[in-house]
Write a protein that binds this ligand. Structure first.
Ligand SMILES: C[S@@+](CC[C@H](N)C(=O)[O-])C[C@H]1O[C@@H](n2cnc3c(N)ncnc32)[C@H](O)[C@@H]1O
Length: 932
């Protein structure tokens, strides 16, 4: 496997690369020629794709072992490739259980019986030897049911970070006021614990020291002795503890440890640090340190894949291209020299996770270079395998002193791990044995490279690439969080940046200024860098100052932080030939130019509000108090009041999707037509008493507290009504025959008509139209695309906002026939939905999920018919993107309004008969009947 990893580093190229990769891998598991009986290499599969039957090749299909392998292109992002592959897998019979997906650099193993979304294992090809037991299904000894043995590095790293954090907190509590010493002591222990497991100290040296020290009660002395030896260059031979220093051990710190601390330290030392991934450990640990309340499992860190989305395009890909095109040994030798001199900066480096990954990747590039050089027979036996990638070419800046020290440790560990890997690879090739001088010790002193400073107000070192994840802080919070004085310094230091700009934008600007010509940078920012002032200060600044965006992820939910969306942007100072990959909603699009709003369509932030759309949409009712509703701790009991005129069913977005509206909706007390408290009491009886007990008490308390805004004072005057009853809107729709609604937050377009008996809550948007034409426009793909462009994101879902509605242009000149076609298609779509839900006992959500499979589906057909009808009504040209079309129309309609020309607003065109059955029907979701 070591040799295989080396071979893969050189890259299999050509049409049959995936087959060579597969057979060579299987050879490592003992199969002659890499072609076990029963394994089909490759295998053509007949599958349905987008409604058509197509053939799709995979590298390996081994039906008996239910194992499939796909070897994707070198530059494939595996997370995305998986989305495509899993659809293929689910169409096979039997469905494979183990699926190996690789791009020849990284490899992911999925176990479909356990999880269809997340891989069980995600490793670099170099790590294959360490993880060989994860692939029992490739081995000759395989027996059905053999389970892959997988060390969950992420979990181990998080657990160890948690243990160390507990140690830190415990020691800190014991030695208040000695923060610096506690930090240094903790880092010295971390280094020693890593060291004894990765071969820098004799195996178990540190752990045994703790055991023995605990017995003899002199742990501090022993630790002091160990750290002193680690700090002493010349000790008489034979020395057992090597010289470490690296700055960290210059001041040996030992602290008195109580029983609790000794226990915590011992537990951490007992963990197997071989499986601790420094980049996860570092950032999880930093997270806990910055926010002592945050538990490791809840802490988030930049995952390897996300780091690679900047390190890949900014550092790895350009280098790989250079290595691949180099034709002569001279060129390769020159490249290697340049690679050894390549400098990287992370100007907000935290625990050094980006630097760690960058270091490892440069090392891998060096391995690739060596592989290419070995193609030349004259190099036989002469190549120096010692890695020339040096930590001193890595620079970091962070304002947090603890993070800075941790980053230095992390980089030193990176060096050791890379060396061990390289050594194993070199031994695997006969004759390459000159690597026994381990350069890992003494540790590199990185005090000059990784510095504790404010990156906004210091000179950055000159480097070849800048990567990182600078801090996000919305412009409105900067003053509150960082203070007036700091804000003033920012304004003076960056006169071109106006207020209301996210903090991360300053890093984009500084990074661009620091790049030399053709220099590259890749940063993670909040998705706010795509809009408004923050975009002006970051991406617009870059492009206006000669930069070209070469690779970007438009927006992505930041793992672990539900409220944060991030964008990842890689750029070069100077021109760059396209096409450039732009990733939107997980799909990669190749475009000639990546615009600074990072979208595929025209810039949707430039829309204008359409006056004709000012009314027509509202949010449902916000009760403001749980006592209005049945169920829940403060809810009322339904049985005694069921059937009373003031008890009404409630429509929530979730119940609509879950199909509960027609069977078991929630109910509410609705006394909102009562103008006075007396009237409400007379009408509501015991329900009124229930509200009085709960709602009145709360509202009165809040209104009298003096702390709340005036809302509560005014609510107190009509407290038996919901806080926000949207009475004006509901009065405006009283003559409508039904209510058009959609969930406020949803992952898909799900419009429905509900009976007016329902009270839609604020989890719904309600529209003042009851005709099928309006339903059709709203349920169309055009409108959904518009909702995605203009709405806001809530995790992976979209929130229907006022901005979506106010800016939506409606068809301006539909013919009566076109309106009729939309109406007819709408009626049909709802009929198809109703029939399928009835036949299968599905909810609306289940129905849409069922229709997400490949190939034809009645719901898809009905939706396509509707989309075609709506497209025709709009007069949208074929081949134009809906968003681009609607944007242009938005501008035209807004301009017409400005010029006082007549425009067509939402709803059925006025000249049409609202009772015409072509666009008028009566179906809607009814609440369950109440028996009297
Ligand atoms: C989002 S974190 C990224 C850290 C690390 N790359 C990670 O993914 O965990 C941002 C880092 O910026 C640092 N930082 C905040 N303000 C800074 C400033 N003015 N100068 C330098 N670093 C700063 C923080 O201490 C933090 O470590």
């Amino acid at each position: 496997l070591q040799q295989f990893a080396l071979g893969a580093a050189g890259g299999y190229t050509g049409r049959d690369a995936h087959l060579a990769f597969t057979t060579h891998l299987l050879e490592c598991f003992g199969w002659k020629d890499g072609r076990p009986e029963g394994a089909e290499i490759p295998r053509l599969l007949a599958i349905a794709d987008g409604g058509k039957h197509v053939e799709r090749e995979v590298a390996l299909w081994w039906a008996e072992r239910r194992t499939l392998m796909e070897v994707a292109a070198h530059d494939a992002v595996l997370d995305f490739a998986w989305k495509d592959l899993v659809r293929v897998c689910l169409q096979l019979d039997p469905i494979p259980q183990y699926v190996v997906l690789t791009n020849q650099r990284d490899l992911q193993l999925y176990d479909l019986a356990r999880d269809r979304e997340a891989p069980r294992l995600a490793i670099r090809i170099d790590d294959l030897p360490r993880y060989s037991e994860a692939f029992p299904f490739f081995t000759k000894e395989w027996t059905p049911g053999a389970v892959p043995k997988i060390v969950n590095v992420e979990k181990v790293s998080e657990e160890v970070a948690d243990l160390v954090a507990r140690l830190y907190r415990s020691v800190h509590a014991e030695h208040t006021g000695r923060e610096k010493d506690v930090i240094r002591f903790t880092l010295q222990c971390i280094t020693a614990m890593f060291a004894e497991d990765i071969g820098l100290l004799p195996k178990n040296y540190f752990t045994s020291l703790l055991y023995n020290g605990a017995k003899s009660g002199d742990i501090e002395r022993r630790l002091g002795e160990l750290f002193t030896q680690m700090n002493t260059a010349d000790l008489p031979a034979p020395r057992v503890v090597p010289y470490f220093n690296g700055g960290l051990f210059t001041d040996v710190v030992t602290l008195r440890l109580g029983d609790t601390q000794v226990r915590a330290l011992t537990k951490a030392a007992e963990a197997n640090w071989t499986y601790v991934d420094p980049h996860i450990f570092g950032s999880v640990f930093q997270g806990i340190m910055n926010d002592a309340e945050r538990h490791a499992s809840g802490a988030h860190y930049t995952a390897h894949d996300d780091i690679m989305r900047v390190v890949g395009p900014t550092i790895v890909e350009p280098w790989r291209k250079r290595i691949q095109v180099a034709a002569s040994l001279k060129e390769l030798t020159e490249l290697r020299k340049q690679l050894f001199a390549f400098r990287v900066l992370d100007p907000a480096c935290g625990s050094g996770n980006f630097l760690y990954v960058a270091f490892r990747e440069l090392y891998r590039l060096d391995t690739e270079l060596l592989s290419r050089m070995r193609e030349f027979p004259s190099t036989a036996g002469k190549l120096s395998w010692n890695g020339g990638i040096s930590t001193v070419n890595f620079y970091g800046i962070d304002i947090n002193p603890f993070a800075v020290e941790l980053a230095k440790v992390t980089l030193n560990i990176a060096k050791k791990i890379a060396f061990e890997e390289r050594k194993a690879q070199a031994f695997a090739l006969a004759g390459q044995v000159e690597m026994d001088i381990d350069p890992s010790l003494p540790l590199d002193n990185l005090d000059k490279n990784i510095v504790c400073a404010d990156a906004l107000f210091m000179d950055w070192p000159e480097v070849d690439a800048i990567v990182g994840n600078p801090p996000f802080l919305s412009g409105t919070k900067i003053r509150g969080e960082l203070g007036d004085e700091y804000l003033q310094r920012m304004l003076e230091g960056f006169p071109s940046i106006e207020g209301r700009t996210d903090l991360c934008a300053y890093w984009f600007q500084r990074a661009h200024d620091r790049l030399s010509d053709s220099g590259k940078a890749g940063l993670v920012g909040t998705s706010g860098i795509r809009v408004g002032k923050t975009r002006e200060a970051s991406l617009d600044y870059i492009v206006e100052h000669g930069g070209t965006i070469t690779n970007a992820v438009s927006s992505r939910v930041w793992p672990g932080e539900s409220s944060v969306d991030v964008s990842m942007v890689n750029w070069v100072r100077g021109p760059a030939d396209g096409p450039h990959p732009l990733i939107v909603d997980g799909e990669t699009f190749l475009v000639d130019r990546i615009p600074t709003h990072l979208q595929l369509h025209a810039d949707a932030s430039e829309t204008k509000d359409i006056v004709a759309n000012a009314a027509g949409m509202a949010e449902g009712v916000s009760f403001g108090h749980a006592a209005f509703r049945s169920g829940g701790p403060k809810g009322f009991s339904l049985a005694p009041v069921r059937g009373k005129p003031f008890i009404r069913p409630v429509a929530t977005g979730d119940d609509l999707l879950r199909g509960r509206l027609g069977t078991e909706p929630d109910y509410c007390i609705d006394l909102s037509s009562c103008l006075t408290e007396g009237e409400a009491k007379a009408a509501g009886g015991e329900a009124f008493d229930h509200l009085r007990e709960h709602v009145y008490a709360t509202v009165k308390g809040r209104a009298d507290s003096g702390k709340e805004t005036d809302h509560y004072k005014s609510w107190l005057r009509y407290w038996w009504k919901p806080h926000w009853g949207r009475e004006e809107f509901f009065a405006s729709v009283k003559d409508r025959s039904r209510l058009l609604v959609c969930p406020k937050v949803s992952s898909r377009s799900a419009f429905a008509f509900v009976s007016k008996l329902f009270v839609p809550t604020d989890t719904m948007k309600v529209f003042a139209f009851d005709d099928d034409y309006s339903f059709g426009v709203m349920q169309s793909r055009l409108h959904w695309e518009w909702t995605k462009a203009k709405g806001s994101r809530v995790r992976a879902d979209i929130q229907y906002t006022v901005a979506v509605w106010r800016t939506l242009p409606w068809p301006q000149d539909p013919t009566d026939e076109q309106v009729g076609a939309v109406g007819g298609a709408s009626q049909k779509l709802r009929q198809v939905r109703a029939d399928l839900m009835e036949q299968n006992g599905w909810s609306l959500r289940a129905l849409y999920q069922a229709a997400e499979v490949e190939g034809p589906h009645p719901l898809k057909d009905a939706q396509t018919e509707l989309d075609e009808a709506v497209t025709a009504a709009y007069g949208m040209p074929p081949n134009q993107s809906p968003t681009t079309f609607l944007l242009e129309l938005n501008q035209l309609v807004a301009e017409d309004e400005e010029q006082a020309r007549k425009v067509r607003g939402p709803g059925l065109p006025e000249h049409l008969d609202p009772n015409d059955p072509r666009w008028t029907s009566a179906d809607c979701i009814e609440p369950p009947k109440v028996e009297n």
